[in-house]
Design a protein around this ligand. Structure first.
Ligand code: PMP
Length: 289
């Protein structure tokens, strides 16, 4: 079955879907996006993703082209039309079409919206979600990466460097030697005192929806967590390391720059958090959080 995309108000075969050559998303990366996981046909953490999308639009002085409720309905309709069971739904909103000029065009512009879906694998349990390798490299991105824009070239370069090193992810490092985040994931360690550590929110990391859920699940289940930045040196000496994202869930990290973390197997804290997150994603919710 060929995939169906939602493009500016119409559901069209994805192979025939098109955007305008003067769309500012195409020319300036002047657009924002979201990716939500679809599990058993149901979106995971839909309200969180829609709220972050609204926040990204606001940060760029772009109007939400429809209400969050209406957009939620479009996402669900695209999922249904594609008969998607397990995968992701992607939504991108660009400022719109205008003659090329850097400053935002004056007057109202009709934002462009595209929604697509893609099949993705789902971990069954901690035993089938193998640990991965990470490499570290300098964070070359702009200073507002908390806004989820489609300007992802530095992230793509980092991911490419990881792929060339046969690693799953690149952890990016700031001028102080502190890990910011992965090219498309948030970074975590379990420190020498057994505390789960991740960098606090700020302009230098994306406020991951998975990060937020994992923090809340950890606190609700008595797993000690602390939001503070950590160095590459500390990460390499950590008891455990893992990364989080919509498509990686909670993924164990078993080596950093070729150095084995812990005993090279999934650690107990990572295993517990993955289990809690999978239950949450499957619909158990955050009842206790
Ligand atoms: N950081 C970056 C740079 C990302 O692209 C992503 C994926 N959107 C994340 C972190 C993880 O965010 P989330 O848990 O919302 O997928």
């Amino acid at each position: 079955m060929s995939r169906i995309a939602f493009v500016n108000g119409r559901y069209v075969p994805q192979a025939k879907a098109q955007v305008h050559v003067e769309d500012r998303g195409y020319q300036f990366a002047d657009g924002v996006y979201e990716v939500a996981f679809v599990l058993g046909g149901r979106m995971v953490d839909e309200p969180g993703h829609l709220a972050r999308l609204s926040r990204s639009l606001e940060a760029l002085a772009m109007a939400m082209p429809m209400t969050e409720a209406a957009l939620g309905a479009v996402l669900r309709e695209t999922i249904a039309r594609n008969r998607l069971v397990d995968g992701i739904v992607y939504v991108q909103i660009n400022r719109g079409v205008a003659p090329r000029a850097h400053a935002f065009p004056k007057g109202p512009l009709r934002p462009s919206i595209v929604v697509t879906v893609k099949l993705m694998p789902v971990p069954r349990d901690a035993d089938t979600w193998a640990g991965v390798a990470v490499v570290t490299l300098p964070d070359l991105r702009w200073k507002r990466v908390d806004v989820k824009t489609v300007g992802l070239l530095a992230n793509c370069m980092a991911k490419q460097a990881a792929a060339e090193a046969r690693a799953y992810e690149a952890w990016m490092v700031d001028d102080q030697g502190l890990v910011t985040e992965g090219a498309s994931t948030n970074a975590w360690i379990v420190d020498g005192e057994g505390r789960t550590v991740t960098r606090p929110l700020g302009p230098d990391i994306l406020p991951g929806i998975t990060r937020d859920v994992v923090l809340r699940l950890a606190r609700a289940h008595g797993v000690p967590v602390i939001e503070r930045a950590f160095t590459v040196v500390e990460a390499k000496a950590a008891r455990e390391a893992f990364l989080t994202s919509t498509t990686s869930f909670v993924r164990p990290v078993i080596s950093i720059d070729g150095q084995t973390i812990g005993n090279g197997a999934t650690g107990s804290v990572t295993r517990k958090l993955l289990g809690l997150y999978l239950d949450h994603a499957r619909g158990a919710g955050l009842a206790a959080a």
